[in-house]
Design a protein around this ligand. Structure first.
Ligand SMILES: C[S@@+](CC[C@H](N)C(=O)[O-])C[C@H]1O[C@@H](n2cnc3c(N)ncnc32)[C@H](O)[C@@H]1O
Length: 214
């Protein structure tokens, strides 16, 4: 569904109403999917709202934020301000990570990846780079959770997702809602298998993958 990230000003943190709406339903899934996880890399942290909330509510793990350079200031501000208010100690300030560039990652510590509402923003070559990067840089990866809108065999799951896809393509002709089947194929090439495909509010899905060798 549409994301509504508001730009950062000097005294207002970047904010997405969609994140406020979806964070509790996502957490309910992550509590099980990340039950044995020690360190999560979030790709495309956006406003940082998910990161602060999930770190606060999953105290057994460490949550590392990341995004493209232009988002780092806002994510840092949210992690520092809101993370401090909530007494969160398991949250990493963001690192610059563009999936299509070399990943600046200390990979052996990371056993899970979370990414929300990113694959329909990225071009198809960048989605491929996302999955290639998982295999190249994260040798201990055993869990991958992807949240967002997805199609099945080219079919939209709702009229609102169809309209959202039109909007995406008006903004960037290379963006668009991705087929679950294609994502599963890209994941399988990195030895990741789909174990759950969960219906989420507002016509979104949560795709939970496990590493075959984990
Ligand atoms: C719609 S926002 C979603 C942000 C947040 N995860 C959320 O759910 O609100 C899309 C995110 O994808 C990130 N993104 C787009 N292209 C990327 C790339 N090549 N590498 C890493 N992140 C990228 C953007 O920087 C942005 O944070």
């Amino acid at each position: 569904m549409p994301q509504d990230i508001q730009p950062q000003t000097t005294d207002v943190l970047p904010f997405s109403q969609a994140c406020e709406n979806n964070k509790a339903p996502i957490l309910a899934v992550l509590k099980t999917a990340f039950a044995n996880t020690k360190q999560v890399l979030e790709i495309g942290s956006g406003t940082g709202q998910h990161a602060v909330y999930f770190a606060a509510n999953l105290p057994q793990l460490f949550w590392q934020t990341s995004d493209q350079a232009q988002y780092l200031e806002g994510i840092s501000a949210r992690c520092l301000q809101q993370g401090h208010q909530l007494g969160v100690h398991n949250l990493g300030l963001p690192i610059t990570l563009d999936v299509s560039l070399p990943w600046p990652i200390n990979g052996p510590h990371i056993d899970a990846v979370f990414s929300a509402n990113t694959l329909h923003i990225m071009s198809k070559p960048k989605v491929e780079a996302f999955f290639n990067g998982l295999g190249e840089y994260l040798p201990r990866l055993n869990t991958l959770c992807l949240y967002g809108p997805f199609n099945y065999q080219g079919h939209f799951t709702s009229d609102s997702n169809r309209r959202f896809d039109d909007l995406l393509k008006q903004r960037d002709s290379e963006s668009g809602i991705r087929d679950v089947e294609w994502i599963v194929t890209l994941a399988q090439a990195q030895n990741l298998t789909l174990v759950e495909d969960i219906a989420m509010p507002a016509n979104n899905r949560l795709l939970h993958f496990k590493h075959l060798l984990a």
